[in-house]
Design a protein around this ligand. Structure first.
Ligand SMILES: NC(=O)c1ccc[n+]([C@@H]2O[C@H](COP(=O)([O-])OP(=O)(O)OC[C@H]3O[C@@H](n4cnc5c(N)ncnc54)[C@H](O)[C@@H]3O)[C@@H](O)[C@H]2O)c1
Ligand SMILES: O=c1ccn([C@@H]2O[C@H](COP(=O)(O)OP(=O)(O)O[C@H]3O[C@H](CO)[C@H](O)[C@H](O)[C@H]3O)[C@@H](O)[C@H]2O)c(=O)[nH]1
Length: 328
């Protein structure tokens, strides 16, 4: 039996592949390399280049490799881009996932784990959310992901498939062994951008919006280390394999940091007082979004090992330096 990891050449998926291969699992990676890199895929996994939304192709893979579980990371991920190009997100997130789920049903896959997002909640106020907080996504990205959550619930009610939805909060940091990290040169994520600026790859960065109703006027997010996030996936897989029910879980630490606090932490870790300009708000950004992570802890016994902003930034910064020497 094998596990299919879609998007396994990407930032988060490549860390999942490392976790699974470290555990001795048989892993097939399906990725079309639109934002991922084949060099990011651990050599112990089998890589197949292709589209996760190609039903016949995926059914063929399921049969060929006896795939019993799918962990679905493939998708498009940039919130502001989804505002200007929504159809890209409904195609590559919603429609691709719909086809992948059909392939899973046709191929008799038992369990399906899906990368959802905090963006399904939308504007929630300053209090941490829980899984049954009303969902009100404020970007096409969030809506494209919520539709996939709904499809999974409907399909699992009609077919013998159990699923886990993990709503990631802001994923950051890199493998502490420096085997993978966020490698997209044009990434838009705050910690990545700040590390690139500290290293002189960008002349300056922007603080998007300084007039939010938050303690220091900038947006607040719950940053989770990618290694802890992946540990939650491994526990969820174990839960589903043991016959556990389908579930939806927030993946977060319950600790929010503002954009200014993150920038200050990157300055401290790097020792560089880089330029960060106050700029207008970015479309699609909620002021604050954090979650307690209570359910993932109690249901799966998840215990974070890297819940420290400085450690998150240190690993992200170390990976950024590694990329500079790699690309030289
Ligand atoms: N990074 C975050 O903070 C964050 C937060 C919440 C949710 N997520 C979700 O986690 C998942 C992974 O995100 P990431 O940060 O690793 O992004 P990423 O862009 O690094 O990885 C996505 C991978 O999917 C591949 N891909 C995209 N469309 C594909 C398709 N149709 N068929 C096959 N491969 C395809 C890309 O080539 C890439 O390797 C995404 O679904 C994203 O929405 C990310
Ligand atoms: O150069 C930058 C980059 C970001 N920000 C700000 O930093 C905060 C975090 O932005 P990110 O782009 O790092 O992350 P998002 O919160 O927009 O979104 C991320 O987390 C979401 C979940 O909360 C989604 O899942 C999404 O995929 C993922 O990109 C936002 O207020 C943003 O405006 C800046 O000020 N300057």
């Amino acid at each position: 039996m094998a596990v299919l990891v879609t998007g396994g050449a990407g930032y988060i998926g490549s860390h999942m592949v490392l976790n699974l291969t470290d555990a001795g699992e048989d892993v097939i990676v399906l990725d079309n390399l639109i934002t991922g890199f084949d060099w990011a895929i651990d050599g112990r996994a089998r890589f197949v280049e292709g589209n996760a939304g190609d039903i016949d192709f995926v059914v063929g893979l399921i049969e060929k490799y006896a795939i019993s579980e799918i962990i679905h990371f493939a998708g498009s991920i940039v919130v502001p881009e989804s505002v200007t190009n929504p159809l890209k997100y409904y195609a590559n997130n919603t429609a691709t996932s719909r086809n992948l789920i059909e392939a899973a049903v046709k191929g008799g896959v038992k369990h399906f784990i899906f990368s959802s997002t905090a963006a399904v909640y939308g504007m929630t106020g300053l209090a941490p959310v829980v899984e049954d907080t009303p969902l009100n996504p404020m970007s096409p990205y969030g809506r494209s992901k919520l539709m996939t959550e709904w499809m999974l619930a409907d399909v699992a009610a009609a077919h013998p498939l159990t699923f886990g939805v993990l709503r990631y909060f802001n994923v950051a940091g890199a493998d502490p062994q420096k085997r993978s990290g966020q490698s997209t040169p044009l990434a838009t994520h705050l910690i990545k951008v700040a590390c690139q600026t500290a290293l002189g790859q960008r002349e300056k960065m922007d603080l998007f919006g300084t007039d939010y109703e938050t303690p220091d006027g900038t947006c607040v997010r719950d940053y989770i280390h990618v290694t802890d996030l992946i540990a939650a996936h491994a526990l969820l897989l174990k839960h589903l394999r043991a016959g556990g029910e389908s579930t939806t879980l927030n993946c977060a630490y319950g600790q929010g940091y503002s954009v200014r606090e993150v920038v200050e932490t990157v300055r401290k870790v790097s020792g560089v007082n880089f330029r960060a300009d106050e700029s207008p708000r970015r479309p699609g950004d909620p002021a604050s979004i954090t979650a307690t992570g209570e359910k993932v802890r109690s249901l799966l016994g998840w215990v974070p090992q890297h819940d420290d902003l400085e450690e998150i930034v240190e690993t992200a910064y170390a990976w950024e330096r590694h990329l500079m020497t790699r690309n030289r």
